[in-house]
Design a protein around this ligand. Sequence first.
Ligand code: ATP
Ligand code: ZN
Length: 300
Amino acid sequence: MENPEQRIKIAVQKSGRLTDHSLDLLERCGLKFTQSKDQLFCYGENMPVDLLLVRDDDIPGLVSDDVCDLGIVGLNVVTEKRYALQDEGHEALFDQVFELDFGHCRLSVAAPEGTDFAGPQSLQGKRIATSYTATLGNYLRENNVTAEIVYFSGAVEIAPKLGRADFICDLVSTGSTLAANQLCEVQTVTQSEAVIIQTRASLSPSKQEWVDKLLQRLDGVLQVRESKYIMLHAPRSALAEIRRLLPGSEAPTVMPLEGDDNRVAVHAVCRENVFWETLENLKAAGASAMLVLPVEKMLA
Ligand code: ATP
Ligand code: ZN
């Protein structure tokens, strides 16, 4: 029987904003899994990979303590854990591998509408409610500001109304929650998006091989998102200009066209989206018969 110790464990948010995107990303890497009845565990059927479904706040700790080999979590949570450990004199035993381009938000300071704010100094001596005490503490220290941090585990936005704080420091994406509470964003503390983190513990060669394979596939999935395959015909003389206009493309394939010595076929992978404007500019440069196709998989 397969040794369960040799299976890779990935910590993923159980239920929240990151869950669907995280599972979708892993499925795109070719992972097929079945969920346990208690919905806390997903068993990978076609790879030695299992998912642990947990609260997002627990993910950095699970990876740092080597309970999980990898974790998908917001950078805001990772940063908070790093600072919290640092404040206790410990080091986080995980590394951030790469950003995953979803779960975008920012940790910002907000104040009741009409509050005067002229930069971090305006926070001097004030009370700020947040769940991100370590990140905010570090931010205040960096800006030489002394303020009282009031811990709220959730619903931070009601703190000013309750008379518990002058400002709040919380995650914002659209700003609609702030607006609904008559709050105004006054200062960004950090930007965030989902990231994948990896334990610093050394893995057995077979486990390491699968982790490398999975990370390579993840990288491919991320690259492919915006990538397009473009095919066109162009005058040989316009090649330099055509290459300049192709967004994010490396060494295109240039092929002769039967019966036409002056024109060539150009095929290229563009690492960025190809917009109508680009096609119009290519046409103006002499290109014709343009086709833009989505790229499904890519392995560098
Ligand atoms: P859990 O039960 O797992 O602790 P949670 O309530 O802490 O869930 P969610 O609200 O699902 O977490 O948010 C998870 C992550 O989604 C955040 O840590 C952050 O990285 C990201 N995120 C993106 N936009 C927002 C937003 N507008 N508000 C809060 N989080 C956001
Ligand atoms: Zn959480």
